[in-house]
Design a protein around this ligand. Structure first.
Ligand code: SF4
Length: 660
């Protein structure tokens, strides 16, 4: 009999959708949105719908695999786990736990996915990845400014008079905000989009500003200069609730408007209009996740935060510098779940630079690596070095559902379950503050097992099985311990399908910030206490104004694939290189011409698509494409680190092109 059951999206995305999934005869037939969910309201994207194909695909890995003489052979779970555990035991005896490296990301989420940390903590430690390929610099920046990164509840947008969508293509990556923008326009709310790329969100905007990539912080300074010139800064906020304004004011005076106009490609009259928007609030600002992928990315977020704060748009309904919503994940009892106190030895590699760290001969050598919830060979910057690094490791264990670029070079592949084959709860610390329930709907395909089962079986073999002698539900309850006293229990989440977590709808409304001074900090005391430069400044990107490489390369998220997850299911093997009209004109290019994009790190070939009205020096190649489908754009990107926070700088990337 066909039934519709509640479930939830596990993908790394702003929206954390609730699903209604049609199931028949132990098979998922269709994934739809759940109309009853107060925030996601039945609307889901194609990436979520494709979880049906990901679950039922014939390309799934269904048995543990071991590479023997360059070929994968099926082996039993017992053999795979015994051999892996034995290697881990030997490595610990001969070296120390830090000779084992865990490279993970967030491709497939759920509370129980955090048990990987519990496993390695009980092992005695490891070499682990820190920082973020994505929002690391921006999170740190907001922690310096506000004391945390907190967003307004989604529907608070309707209290705005103006909204500014700064570098976020909501139509593709935050679809419920996009729906709200369409409704906001009907209600007379003025929508501005600032972005180098002209995309679906810019097309509904009342005003579109095609800023030069990496220059968003300088544009924020320009708007602040205009506010100051027009005596429209919020003097009450500056006097009572901010720290470090005098020092910051010097920056506003030092940088000339002519430099700002020349470097940002934004006309002075547009900057004046933006100043009017910010002073005519409430004005909400929604920041995207490309803004911070530069060496100067943390500064960019800090400068946009400063614009929002000093124009009087913090702590009020309809305002906010909406970036992440960390109180959502901070609600869970992660210490209890991950047993962080058990970690004895630890070393960290930054996520974007893990290849260089593996290849360096410093300290304990990496003898074994686990890859879970990630595909470093496609997603990490500077692909050639990443491949060199991961192939150099003696034993590489990959936990995945499919044969990714990374799985191809593994020694062992352990097949894992999809969201519909396991029970868990799901949330995202990005937009709304609901936690969603996802039951086990169908039996796992072949011999696929949940990540929890894999860690448990390895733990038993390594002598700490007691710490894993809990069921899925018992582990979920462990993570919910901190919420129980607020009445949020597993039983309620299961029964109701979703529950709002105790997260404020309008952050900072008491104007008491979680910084060392209790004020909004333009000069960060937290940074100074850590021995860093706490002054708010502007810095140019690392790669800027180079004759040999005149174009900025961006690599936004693909529309139909969550990073590298779906290219093999949609059989999309044509690399599309989006170029501005000016670049097309200068190189006499037309749609579908073949070109090579190159820099010192590598090159990639593809077909031209001309972008109308985007910034003149901008090229985009969507990220996530694996080798059989044309190769990853990361062959061109930089593996450096942002100056604030441990963030990736993939957008800090200049290139040139040549026609084939
Ligand atoms: S990927 Fe995002 S928008 Fe799409 S279904 Fe999942 S949570 Fe919703």
């Amino acid at each position: 009999m066909q039934e519709k059951k509640i479930s939830a999206c596990p993908l790394n995305c702003w929206d954390a959708c609730s699903f209604k999934v049609t199931v028949k005869d132990d098979r998922v037939l269709k994934v739809d949105g759940n109309k009853d969910h107060p925030e996601t309201q039945g609307n889901i994207c194609s990436r979520g719908r494709m979880l049906e194909a990901r679950t039922n695909s014939d390309l799934r890995i269904t048995k543990p695999l071991k590479k023997v003489a360059d070929e994968f052979k099926s082996i039993s779970w017992g053999q795979a786990l015994d051999e892996i555990a034995e290697k881990m035991r030997d490595i610990k005896k001969i070296h120390d736990p830090t000779a084992v490296f865990h490279s993970h990301d967030y491709s497939n989420n759920g509370l129980l996915k955090n048990l990987d940390q519990r496993f390695f903590n009980c092992y005695g430690g490891l070499t682990e990845v820190v920082g973020s390929l994505c929002w690391g610099a921006g999170i740190e920046a907001q922690i310096w400014d506000f004391g945390n990164s907190e967003s307004h509840a989604p529907k608070d947008l309707f209290n705005s008079k103006h909204t500014v969508i700064w570098g976020r293509n909501t139509a593709s990556t935050n679809i419920h905000l996009f729906s709200h923008l369409i409704e906001a326009k009907k209600r007379g709310i003025h929508v501005t989009v600032i972005d180098p790329l002209n995309h679906k969100t810019t097309r509904i905007a009342d005003m579109y500003v095609a800023v030069r990539p990496g220059m968003d912080g300088l544009l924020a300074i320009g708007i602040l200069k205009e506010l100051k010139r027009m005596n429209l800064l919020d003097l009450n906020f500056i006097e009572h609730y901010s720290y470090g304004f005098d020092e910051f004011e010097n920056i506003l005076d030092e940088i000339s408007m002519s430099e700002i106009v020349a470097s940002t490609s934004v006309a002075e009259k547009t900057i004046t209009k933006l100043a009017a928007i910010y002073s005519g609030g409430p004005t909400s600002t929604y920041l995207g996740l490309g803004l911070q992928r530069y060496a100067n990315g943390g500064h960019t977020i800090r400068l946009i935060d400063a614009l929002v704060a000093l124009s009087g748009n913090v702590g009020i309904k309809g305002g906010g510098a909406n970036y992440a919503n960390l109180p959502v994940s901070q609600s869970f009892d992660m210490k209890n779940l991950t047993l962080s106190s058990k970690k004895v030895q630890k070393r960290t590699f930054t996520r974007m630079n893990q290849a260089e760290e593996i290849l360096s001969n410093e300290g304990t050598p990496i003898k074994m690596a686990f890859v879970s919830r990630g595909n470093p060979l496609t997603q990490l910057p500077d692909t050639n070095r990443v491949e060199e690094a991961f192939t150099s490791i003696e034993t590489l264990v990959v936990i995945d559902q499919f044969m990714t670029d990374t799985a191809q070079i593994a020694d062992y592949i352990l097949p894992c379950t999809t969201v519909f084959e396991e029970e868990d709860i799901y949330h995202a610390s990005m937009y709304h503050s609901y936690v969603n329930y996802g039951p086990k709907l169908v039996a796992a395909i072949g011999e696929a097992k949940s990540d929890r089962w894999i860690w448990t079986e390895l733990a038993k073999r390594l002598g700490f099985g007691d710490e894993f002698s809990y069921s899925d539900v018992e582990f979920i309850k462990m993570g919910l311990k901190s919420l129980e006293k607020k009445g949020i229990t597993f039983e309620r989440i299961k029964q109701e399908g979703f529950i709002k977590l105790p997260v404020q709808d309008v952050p900072w409304s008491d104007f008491h910030f979680k910084t060392p001074t209790g004020k909004y900090e333009l000069t960060s005391i937290r940074a100074i206490n850590e021995g860093k430069e706490g002054k708010l400044t502007f810095q140019y990107p690392l790669e800027f104004d180079q004759k040999e490489y005149p174009y900025h390369l961006l690599s936004k998220h693909p529309e139909r694939s969550n990073h590298s997850q779906n290219y093999h299911l949609i059989n999309d093997d044509q690399v599309i290189i989006e170029i501005s009209e000016k670049i097309a004109k200068d190189h006499l290019l037309q749609d579908d011409d073949r070109i090579v994009v190159h820099n010192d790190r590598g090159e990639i070939q593809g077909h031209v698509k001309i972008m109308k009205n985007s910034h003149a020096d901008t090229i985009n190649i969507d990220e996530g494409r694996s080798k059989p489908f044309g190769g990853s754009v990361n062959i061109l990107t930089h593996s450096g680190q942002s100056k604030i926070g441990l963030g990736g700088i993939q957008y800090d990337c200049l290139v040139n092109i040549r026609k084939i």
